[in-house]
Design a protein around this ligand. Structure first.
Ligand SMILES: [Fe+2]
Length: 422
């Protein structure tokens, strides 16, 4: 039997080749947990007051992002609709990624007014950070203490899974937070963290996708968030927890993202492209919540805790080198099955590029070339330009977890991926 070396901490071992042959037994047992009700379509925001009425919600916390939505006609129409439906609301504006302090401060405010203004729902309208804030607020309103107490790997308490009614309305097409069961909370700094508040019941009740709301999103945010969605789809489709339910969804969404990504970046008013990306982002959230992710998101966790770099930029800059590395390893795996790692990357290549090179190697190369084209045209900065020092790469690699990545990776492999993009 031929063997391939595996290196850990500078020591290399010869292992049988078969250890690298990870088969995706696609009909292995799997579980699909709850999904949000989906309301999709241009102009759908107008339905929101009626949706709240149908659910007998009377007072909501309205969590919004920066100024652009508040200065728009849809915002004015929404406020008018809430007044007509006699639904009271209290507004909060959030900027940047949610931190324990920013979440706790909103919850403290709401709890202080509980007698005069008992909130029964949260509506979050904004990017992934706004939706994650809404998710955390809806949960913490029903629990005691700080959100930090309940964060995975940070706190000591387990979230109960109770929360207020929650409606997520994304204004960017990226994280798919409107479909996921976790809120990512960060504290930035040398001993910073980026950890999740997670529970199956934190999946929003409704994801309202109105692609018109993403039209004001500037090109650089469109690019970073779009590449986050594409990375999530690719990682969910190729990870070891992929399943038939998410496979079908992910491939179709990759196809739509392949058509819509550059078109939405080049012309923000292209509603067809905005719709394709809004749907792809939502599905990327469904797939990551129901399957898993790979090494790019594994790296994004420690990197995002150490440096205040937007999550989508981290994904957008690393997805090419991570895919190139993984595909080059996959080409050396002797697995003739239909579910081999290489075939999965090849099928993703056909979906994203909209072409068929006629061979697995050719289609996997199409995938890498398409990702490279997307990243290059949208000027994704290299890690050096983002302020990282070379010594940071070792620290980040040592803190990276990638347990569902389709091939086993050593710390050195992860450092190689990072150096390739330095
Ligand atoms: Fe992501």
């Amino acid at each position: 039997m031929s063997s391939s070396p595996i290196c850990v901490g500078g020591t290399c071992f010869a292992l049988p080749k078969s250890i690298f042959t990870i088969q995706f037994l696609s009909m292995d047992p799997f579980t699909i947990t709850r999904l949000p009700e989906l309301r999709f379509g241009a102009g759908t925001l107008i339905q929101l007051p009626r949706i709240l009425e149908e659910r007998s919600l009377q007072a909501i916390a309205l969590i919004l992002g920066g100024r652009s939505f508040k200065q728009s006609n849809p915002y004015d129409r929404l406020i008018e609709g809430l007044k007509k439906a006699r639904i009271r609301h209290k507004e909060f504006s959030v900027t940047g990624e949610p931190s324990p302090d920013s979440v706790d401060s909103i919850v403290t405010d709401l709890k202080a007014e509980k007698d005069q203004f008992p909130v029964d729902g949260v509506v979050a309208i904004g990017g992934g950070s706004v939706i994650d804030t809404g998710k955390a607020v809806s949960a913490l309103y029903t629990m005691e203490g700080s959100v930090q107490d309940y964060l995975e790997g940070v706190g000591t308490k387990k979230p109960a899974g109770t929360r207020l009614a929650l409606i997520a309305v994304p204004t960017t097409s990226g994280t798919g937070a409107e479909a996921t069961k976790n809120a990512v909370i960060s504290r930035i700094g040398p001993s910073g963290f980026k950890k999740s508040l997670r529970h199956d019941r934190y999946v929003p009740d409704i994801a309202l996708l109105d692609p018109e709301l993403t039209i004001p999103c500037p090109p650089e945010v469109t690019a970073a968030s779009g590449l986050d969605a594409i990375t999530q789809l690719l990682e969910a489709y190729t990870c070891t927890k992929a399943n038939p339910f998410t496979d079908g969804l992910a491939l179709k969404a990759l196809e739509l993202a392949g058509k819509g990504f550059l078109a939405a970046y080049r012309d923000g008013k292209n509603l067809e492209a905005r719709s394709q990306m809004a749907y792809a982002a939502y599905i990327s959230g469904v797939c990551l919540a129901q399957a898993g992710l790979g090494v790019v998101h594994g790296i994004a966790s420690p990197l995002g805790g150490m440096f205040p770099i937007p999550h989508g930029v981290v994904c957008g800059t690393l997805v090419v080198s991570a895919t190139r590395f993984t595909v080059s390893r996959a080409m050396r795996i002797d697995d003739p099955s239909e579910n081999s790692v290489l075939k999965r990357f090849a099928r993703a290549g056909i979906a994203l590029s909209g072409k068929d090179a006629g061979s697995d190697n050719g289609n996997a190369a199409l995938l890498i070339n398409t990702l490279d084209r997307f990243s290059t045209e949208t000027h994704m900065p290299a890690l050096r330009a983002l302020g990282l020092k070379e010594s940071d790469l070792t620290v980040i690699a040592s803190k990276t977890e990638a347990k569902y990545h389709p091939i086993p990776l050593t710390v050195q492999d992860i450092e190689t991926i990072l150096k390739d993009r330095y």
